[in-house]
Design a protein around this ligand. Structure first.
Ligand code: AMP
Ligand code: MG
Length: 487
């Protein structure tokens, strides 16, 4: 276990120089205080969880103090936002404080969001408010606990600094961790500004540090792109299987590591709704739940365009062609497991589609349905869940098919079935209304609910005593919350 001043820095991105990022010092928040910290994320840095409660911790992650070895930098990038190209974006309110090695030899970026203005702030104030910082913290840690690749979050620090959004709020900072904060938009920036040397430097950097195994391949850059395609296909399959809606899949929010990144007005589905739009400024539903699948490919094509100086168009096209089949395979594999199936049959895709259609028509809770399906043997479970459906004839027909399919799958004891299904079907997810309750308490100075919710979500598959209230469908007020896009 390390103390805070024992972190080992190695600032590889900063060393790329001023063409890639700008030195900026964080602008401190007033009266910093710890809102919540993640012990699991602390462990990634070998930090003793007790240090989160010390005053210096809040000072470090609110811009008051800095390690001597840190080199805070705002990164430049660009990206396609809602389909249109924005030539220059960048860390407008976040800073890469530095990169740290842990004892296992893993490298973690420390990225502080809400740290004040940078040359890339455009019209913004460089700040993040408490509510959005809490949402990012909870989402990153909850996704990770579900087995969905994501950036991580070390802590949220609150403050008394006023920040103006639709109304006056309080500034906060969230410390984000990832092996890299490089986005698709980084490559797009150097491609569209016609800076081939820097673009090559960036590509070498990513290849050497994040895809070293691709060096062994005859065409290392192509191998790297293929790997990025594969990782994105897998990540988005997991989003779809677990009902996660990102909300702002702009290419500047897509990580070159294939991790969920840059959380805005995201949501987990309550009732299953394929066309759900969690971002209220997304009027056309470009980033609706179901559209995340083709948008994943669209974003990869935008990255492919930026890689044309290194890879032939034919090879890029071929690699892009891997996306959909890989997505389908991962998705179907996960959905089979969610249904308690361990073998594969040709008609499984149809079985899943029919179920989702029934759930859509009846507004069935996506998470609880699968959890309850694993509580009992198939016949009893579907009989009990029948009441949640409107189209009873449809459900009955599906149930017959499902029971026959389960019978063909193998002979499992009730306990085996439950254990296997509960291991992939969470009981607790980050429902918007749960986040909202925790935020309301935190805004009035009580952080206990954020901390409790974080705890519950860190073990989503494990039934936890006394936590029944976190495993319920939302109350009416919590069903259609408009989550502000301002953050
Ligand atoms: P986002 O939609 O959060 O991914 O942000 C898009 C771009 O706007 C990024 O370059 C952000 O750094 C920048 N940005 C968002 N909010 C602010 C803010 N309050 N101040 C400065 N820049 C911001
Ligand atoms: Mg962003």
């Amino acid at each position: 276990m390390k103390a805070l001043d024992e972190l080992t820095f190695d600032n590889r991105f900063a060393r790329l120089g001023d063409a890639f990022s700008t030195h900026v010092l964080p602008e401190p928040l007033d009266e910093p205080r710890l809102v919540v910290a993640s012990n699991a994320a602390m462990a990634l840095l070998d930090l003793d969880p007790a240090v989160a409660e010390t005053p210096v911790f809040a000072e470090l992650f609110s811009g008051h103090k800095l390690w001597a070895e840190a080199e805070p930098r705002a990164m430049v990038y660009s990206g396609h936002q809602f389909g249109g190209y924005t030539p220059q974006l960048g860390d407008g309110r976040g800073l890469l404080l530095g990169e740290v090695y842990n004892e296992a030899g893993e490298h973690w970026d420390l990225h502080l969001k809400g740290a004040g203005m940078t040359p890339y702030s455009r019209m913004g104030d460089g700040r993040a408010v408490l509510r959005s910082s809490i949402r990012e913290f909870l989402a990153s840690e909850a996704l990770h606990a579900l087995g969905i690749p994501s950036s991580r979050a070390l802590c949220v620090i609150g403050s008394s600094t006023p920040v103006w959004r639709e109304k006056q709020e309080r500034g906060a900072m969230v410390l984000r961790l990832a092996h890299s904060h490089i986005r698709f938009g980084h490559f797009e920036y150097f491609y569209y500004t016609k800076k081939p040397e820097q673009q090559a430097e960036l590509a070498e950097h990513v290849l050497n540090l994040h895809y070293p195994e691709c060096r062994e391949q005859p065409e290392p850059y192509l191998a790297m792109f293929r790997e990025i395609v594969e990782r994105n296909a897998e990540m988005i399959a997991k989003w779809q299987a677990y009902g996660f809606c990102h909300g702002v899949m702009n290419t500047d929010n897509m990580s070159i590591l294939g991790i969920t990144f840059d959380f805005g007005p995201f949501a987990f589905l309550d009732d299953f709704d394929a066309h759900f739009i969690c971002n209220h400024s997304d009027h056309e539903g470009r980033y609706s739940f179901i559209n995340q699948v083709p948008i994943g490919q669209w974003n990869l094509s935008a990255l492919a365009q930026a890689l044309t100086p290194f890879i032939s168009v034919d090879a890029l096209k071929e690699a892009l062609g891997l996306y959909l089949p890989l997505y389908q395979a991962h998705y179907l594999d996960l959905m089979r497991r969610r249904l308690g199936l361990s073998t594969a049959e040709d008609d499984d895709q149809k079985l899943v589609e029919q179920l989702l259609k029934l759930m859509q028509n009846s507004g069935v809770d996506y998470t609880l349905f699968f959890r309850r399906l694993g509580d009992e043997p198939a016949a009893q479970a579907v009989a009990r869940l029948r009441d949640d459906f409107v189209d009873l004839a449809g459900l009955d027909a599906w149930a017959e098919r499902y029971k026959a399919r389960v019978a063909r799958d193998g002979d499992y004891s009730e306990v085996q079935r439950r254990e296997r299904m509960h291991a992939v079907n969470p009981l607790y997810i980050l429902r918007n209304y749960l986040a909202q309750n925790a935020i309301a308490a935190a805004e009035s100075g009580d952080y206990s609910e954020v901390r409790r919710l974080h705890e519950v979500l860190s073990k989503p598959f494990e039934e936890q005593a006394g936590m029944e209230q976190y495993a319920q469908r939302p109350p009416d007020w919590g069903k259609h919350l408009e989550i502000s896009c301002s953050s």
